[in-house]
Ligand binder design. Structure first.
Ligand code: C2G
Length: 132
């Protein structure tokens, strides 16, 4: 079974690792679509801290990831699912229901997010850190 997932994976953290490991365990091949810097701007009106080529390199280096590509547009998900021959689309449950339209192409699973960690929270912690 081939699994596909998507995300920005900015300031890579344990929540990212856990969803990738769980996604990979559902099959024998995991493809990751990494949101481009432009796409992240469209989604969140924020430039990622780590540029797209660095985020891709980190993901490529992981044992649980077999293949990485740059996700240029949310509208191309159906094309990506077909291009990478995915049997299962995995997303965190913050996206619950948002990709159900792709159930005609593959299974769509939403896995529970890891609690108490996010890129946004990490940025806030760093911002508010008082070095004294
Ligand atoms: N995630 C998680 N637990 C966390 C934080 C994130 O399981 N504590 C999951 C998210 O649910 C997502 C993946 O890690 O499935 C990547 O998270 P983000 O980088 O925040 O992804 P996002 O920018 O939401 O992009 O096309 C869909 C988008 O590209 C998803």
């Amino acid at each position: 079974m081939r699994v596909i997932t998507f995300g920005t994976f900015d300031m890579f953290h344990i929540g990212h690792l856990q969803i990738l490991e769980r996604a990979r365990a559902l099959g024998s091949h995991l493809t990751v679509g990494v949101s481009s810097d432009n796409l992240n701007w469209q989604k969140k009106q924020r430039k990622p801290i780590c540029p797209e080529h660095d985020r891709m390199r980190i993901l490529q280096a992981l044992r649980c990831v077999d293949e990485v590509f740059l996700e240029q547009s949310l509208e191309l998900k159906g094309e990506y699912i077909q291009q990478y021959n995915a049997d299962i689309l995995v997303m965190g449950d913050d996206w619950e229901g948002r990709f159900d339209e792709y159930k005609t192409l593959c299974d769509v699973l939403y896995l529970p997010r890891t609690p108490s960690i996010s890129t946004t929270q990490l940025i806030e912690v760093v911002r508010s850190h008082d070095p004294r």
